[in-house]
Design a protein around this ligand. Structure first.
Ligand SMILES: NC(=O)c1ccc[n+]([C@@H]2O[C@H](COP(=O)([O-])OP(=O)(O)OC[C@H]3O[C@@H](n4cnc5c(N)ncnc54)[C@H](O)[C@@H]3O)[C@@H](O)[C@H]2O)c1
Length: 324
């Protein structure tokens, strides 16, 4: 993607927490492509060193191996930073149901540490990853900010708490914050392995290896799958947004709606394989349908996603074919 319409002052320093993860490593790469400096803070708990190895020789790149649960590390990481893009968290709805205490400490306390460290270091803007899970069981589609239902998992609770804390920091502590409610992001470097892997990379990898994936439920669930480049654009635009966006959270999606079973067959077609899926039980904490109204992000951030689902899926499949 060209970021020609996005300009940061020369020598701007970004801190990307969770920078060795899927979204974070893509943000680091995009920041370096803009000509700016980036510091990556990651404890490598779910992220991988190999996601960031290619930046190691770049003099505008710095890596800190550290945990956001440690306030001193957060302070050190925020030194001299202009913009924080806070991605560090543990994802996965089912895993959060198994590990509520850890999720509270990691995702909520960790984020509070980062907010406080950013405030003390006078960071210009604190942009952070929230999630479509904050809509809980609200059935109305498309999902619209301000119309949320009952939360369905500890993970969703951590993300909503982050939003409330960020609002307080904007309101009382002079730290401009912007929350981005990502909807099912996919693309290069998303981890295809493990019990908690996201569906698109998982399906692609299994099918490339001739193995039939299991679809949870009947496959008729729908999601607003969002290509990584749109998420990068949203982060940059959130940094540059005017004060009206402060203390708010915005849906970040493409604004489309894809059914899981259709995606499955699009992948088999693109890979030219004929493998039928297995079907398993529904997953606890999952909703049947989710898609986003992105008009608020358009209005407040100037967010205008340029990658539709089909283009993103093609790019992702090409990347996995060459990199697995
Ligand atoms: N991928 C999606 O579809 C999606 C959707 C909604 C929200 N999000 C949010 O976006 C963010 C990034 O997600 P991702 O998909 O890239 O996940 P990821 O697991 O690939 O990346 C998260 C990164 O954070 C790091 N991390 C976790 N806890 C940490 C800690 N205590 N200290 C330091 N680093 C820590 C991990 O090692 C990892 O590198 C997360 O906050 C996630 O909740 C993602």
């Amino acid at each position: 993607m060209s970021y020609s319409n996005i300009n940061f002052p020369e020598n701007s320093l970004f801190l990307v927490t969770g920078g060795a993860g899927f979204i974070g490593s893509n943000l680091c790469e995009a920041i370096l492509n803009l000509g700016c400096k980036v510091r990556c803070l990651d404890d490598l708990s779910t992220g991988k060193q190999s996601n960031v190895d290619m930046f190691a020789d770049n003099e505008r790149y710095e890596f800190i191996k550290g945990d956001i649960k440690d306030f001193d590390i957060c302070m050190k990481a925020c030194e001299g930073v202009d913009y924080v893009l806070h991605q560090a968290a543990w994802g996965s709805v089912p895993r959060s149901i198994e590990m509520p205490l850890f999720y509270c400490k990691n995702n909520i306390d960790g984020t509070l540490n980062m907010l406080e460290a950013a405030r003390q270091n006078k960071v210009k803007k604190f942009v952070y990853a929230s999630s479509s899970s904050v809509y809980g069981d609200e059935p109305a589609l498309p999902k619209k900010e301000g119309v949320e239902g009952n939360l369905l998992s500890p993970y969703a609770l951590t993300k909503l708490c982050n939003e409330e804390w960020a609002k307080q920091y904007s309101m009382h502590y002079n730290l401009p914050t912007v929350g981005l409610r990502y909807f099912n992001v996919f693309g290069r470097r998303q981890d295809p392995d493990g019990a908690y892997a996201a569906v698109i990379p998982k399906f692609i990898k299994l099918l490339l290896n001739g193995i039939a994936p299991t679809i949870n439920g009947d496959g008729k669930q729908s999601r607003d799958f969002t290509y990584i480049e749109n998420v990068i654009e949203a982060n940059f635009k959130a940094c540059l947004a005017d004060d009206r966006a402060n203390g708010k959270a915005f849906n970040i999606a493409y604004g489309g709606r894809e059914y899981l079973i259709d995606i499955y067959y699009e992948i088999t077609k693109a890979l030219d394989v004929q493998i039928e899926p297995n079907f398993g039980p529904d997953r606890a904490g999952d909703i049947k349908h989710s898609n986003a109204d992105i008009s608020k992000a358009r209005e407040f951030l100037g967010y205008d996603p340029s990658y539709d689902f089909a283009t993103g899926l093609k790019n992702a499949i090409d990347w996995y074919k060459n990199n697995l």
